[in-house]
Write a protein that binds this ligand. Structure first.
Ligand SMILES: Cc1cc2nc3c(=O)[nH]c(=O)nc-3n(C[C@H](O)[C@H](O)[C@H](O)COP(=O)(O)OP(=O)(O)OC[C@H]3O[C@@H](n4cnc5c(N)ncnc54)[C@H](O)[C@@H]3O)c2cc1C
Length: 478
């Protein structure tokens, strides 16, 4: 928990950051490092904790990072930073390839921010609250908070991150169901579930894996079903699997061409004895460039036909978690199904769910105690159910990107408005840039974006300062 620093109503800042997860907190840290005394920053976060966001707010120690410690530094130019911090603050024996807990990582992000605050030269304020609206005027944006407070800023950065999943529309499910959990990250515990009951997780990706681990940690011994359209589970990292460099194969500019490129790289990697993981990882630094040169129709094809396969190979779980999944699959405590729900019938003590099985084309019924929506963060901002984005959309300040994966943004993160014009004062960073960059949701990409955005904002601030000084002197002279 953090204690909100008091701020006066109608305070005016050089930069306001909305969202204090990894992106917002590290952006503030970069700005504080670069800024002179004239730069003032406010960081506004609606959750009662700071520098965590959804990913690192978990208190469950079995929730591990899905990136090895050596690649989780908050600073691209200091790749050992997280490792050194973890060795000093957690365990001196931490190795490059260790997958540490997300709870620990949250402490690290907070310490990055705290260190920057303690060395700051400019003004910095934390604000606990939810931004529900923005009003832009020339040179200033007014941020309206839920409690009615208003903050003025010359530049605003939307670091809103990951939204809870969109509510599932299941045929037969009433608007309110006692046996359906819409937000897997909400603190509501599934207490009505008997410890030896049956639970259906809709989705079979990382959110489902998290939910399985949470249920097991809370003593749930029953069977867990995971259901998704393809029935694919995330692959697992291997200890010390390499991270080789992408060999710049020319892609044909099509989704199928890309698939061929990746397959060719996988074959090469396997011949070298490295395995497919090294080929997939080697693509990582090239992914944004490849994505941006793909025509929209090919991006759509990729999303339709290849995304599910890409996700399970690219977003892998820690080896320890891979072992848990394997063990539970073999023991029958976990079952994975491919298909979709065609009927949901709730009774007093359970739910009868009817599935249409993808491969067999047959119907199958299962009786479960609880259904959890684990379909992952919703990315269509029109469905994200946030007051602030609703307000921004209504005013035309933002628009969804062409693929509805986030907010449309220019190369420097400037938000593009409904008329297609890049803003001079409104920016975004992190997962909301997915439509434009695709590879933008994890720490290694976000930290680079954050560093670039911070130096751009500081330069803009300096130009504004120089301009103001020049005008003041001119007026005095005249
Ligand atoms: C469960 C999970 C596990 C992950 N694990 C990893 C991992 O191991 N390694 C990795 O590299 N990446 C991981 N990621 C990816 C993750 O996207 C990034 O690592 C990073 O956490 C993104 O940070 P963010 O600040 O952009 O978004 P978030 O962490 O979502 O933070 C956004 C913040 O904005 C706040 N906010 C939103 N709207 C408002 C508003 N109107 N007013 C005020 N505050 C607001 C929210 O409360 C939230 O705290 C994971 C993601 C998830 C969801």
């Amino acid at each position: 928990m953090y204690s909100a620093h008091d701020t006066s109503i109608n305070s005016r800042f050089s930069v306001a950051i909305v969202g204090g997860g990894f992106s917002g907190a590290t952006l503030a840290a970069h700005l504080l490092q670069l800024a002179g005394p004239s730069l003032s920053i406010v960081l506004i976060e609606r959750a009662p904790f700071r520098a965590r966001g959804i990913a690192y707010a978990t208190q469950e120690s079995r929730h591990l990072l899905n990136v090895p410690a050596s690649n989780m530094s908050a600073f691209a130019d200091d790749p050992q930073h997280f490792l050194s911090w973890a060795r000093s603050n957690f365990d001196s024996g931490v190795q490059n390839g260790d997958f540490l807990s997300r709870r620990l990582y949250g402490q690290y992000v907070e310490s990055v921010l705290d260190t920057a605050i303690s060395r700051r030269r400019g003004e910095f304020q934390w604000r606990h609250g939810e931004v529900v609206g923005l009003r832009t005027q020339t040179g200033t944006t007014e941020l309206v908070l839920r409690n009615g407070d208003k903050i003025l800023a010359a530049a605003v950065v939307l670091a809103l991150g990951n939204f809870p999943p969109a509510d599932l529309r299941l045929p037969g499910k009433a608007a309110h169901s006692e046996r359906y959990l819409s937000d897997p990250w909400s603190p509501v515990a599934p207490e009505k579930t008997p410890v030896d009951g049956e639970v259906l997780l809709v989705g079979s990706g990382l959110t489902s894996v998290d939910t399985l681990l949470t249920l097991r940690a809370r003593g749930f011994r029953g069977r867990i079903h995971m259901l998704s359209r393809h029935g694919l589970l995330p692959q697992s990292h291997l200890p010390d699997s390499g991270y080789s460099t992408f060999k710049n194969f020319a892609s044909s500019g099509t989704a199928i061409g890309l698939l061929r490129v990746v397959r060719a790289q996988v074959r090469e990697a396997e011949l070298r004895g490295e395995g497919w993981r090294s080929a997939v990882d080697s693509l990582r630094t090239a992914t944004q460039g490849i994505w941006q040169t793909l025509p929209r129709i090919e991006q759509e094809r990729f999303l339709r036909h290849l995304r599910a396969y890409w996700e399970v190979h690219r977003h892998r779980v820690a080896p320890e978690i891979g072992k848990v999944l394997k063990h539970q699959l073999l023991g029958g405590q976990l079952r994975v199904h491919a298909g979709r729900i065609v009927e949901y019938r709730e009774h007093t003590n359970n739910v009868l769910v009817t599935l249409n099985e993808r491969h067999r084309g047959t119907r199958r019924q299962m009786t479960v105690d609880l259904v959890v929506n684990c379909t992952g963060p919703v990315s269509d901002i029109r469905k994200a159910n946030t007051r602030m984005l609703g307000d921004c959309l209504r005013q035309g300040l933002v628009r969804p990107d062409a693929l509805s994966l986030g907010i449309d943004s220019a190369h420097d993160g400037a938000v593009i408005n409904a008329n297609g014009i890049a803003s001079e004062c409104l920016y975004t960073v992190g997962p909301l840039r997915k439509g434009n960059l695709w590879e933008t949701i994890a720490v290694p990409e976000i930290r680079a974006q954050v560093a670039d955005l911070a130096s751009m904002l500081v330069n803009k601030h300096r130009s504004r300062q120089n301009f103001t000084t020049l005008m003041t002197e001119t007026v005095r002279y005249v």
